[in-house]
Design a protein around this ligand. Structure first.
Ligand SMILES: [Zn+2]
Length: 137
């Protein structure tokens, strides 16, 4: 274990990249920039994709993840170790089931492995669907 001398958090790897500041003040930029370098371009593209799909949404960190909100939370994403986690809610995952058949899904979540092409178009469609249907399950 390695303990960051600045923030006191503990990590498996020495000098692991992380957001060193007050977690309640973390921005989406901070979140993305604290991830492993090789996935930062993917995260930036996911962010750009969702912002384009939901131009009126408020962007913030919620539940420790980048979150897009219009009245209620529409969609979240998160950098997991080996995959991008997308959290559009249970109904969206059901609705797009056929097109997500190549990916691992669970209640309200989809896993897009980094070693496969990330389907940005599909992510945009899911984000728009979430807004249009207004469901927040
Ligand atoms: Zn730190």
């Amino acid at each position: 274990m390695w303990k960051c001398p600045k923030c006191g958090r503990e990590f498996k790897n020495e000098n692991q990249r992380h957001f060193c500041g007050d977690p309640s003040k973390m921005t989406v930029d901070d979140y993305i920039n604290s991830q492993p370098e090789e996935i930062i371009p993917i995260l930036n593209k996911v962010r750009e994709t969702i912002r384009k799909a939901l131009p009126d949404a408020e962007e913030k960190i919620s539940y420790g993840m980048p979150t897009y909100k219009e009245k209620h939370n529409l969609i979240h994403f998160a950098a997991q170790k080996k995959h991008l986690g997308l959290y559009p809610g249970e109904k969206a995952v059901e609705h797009f089931e056929d097109r997500l058949s190549d990916y691992k899904t669970s209640k309200g979540a989809v896993q897009f492995p980094y070693n496969k092409e990330i389907p940005y178009e599909l992510i945009a469609e899911i984000a728009k669907w979430r807004k249009e249907t207004g469901n927040h399950a």
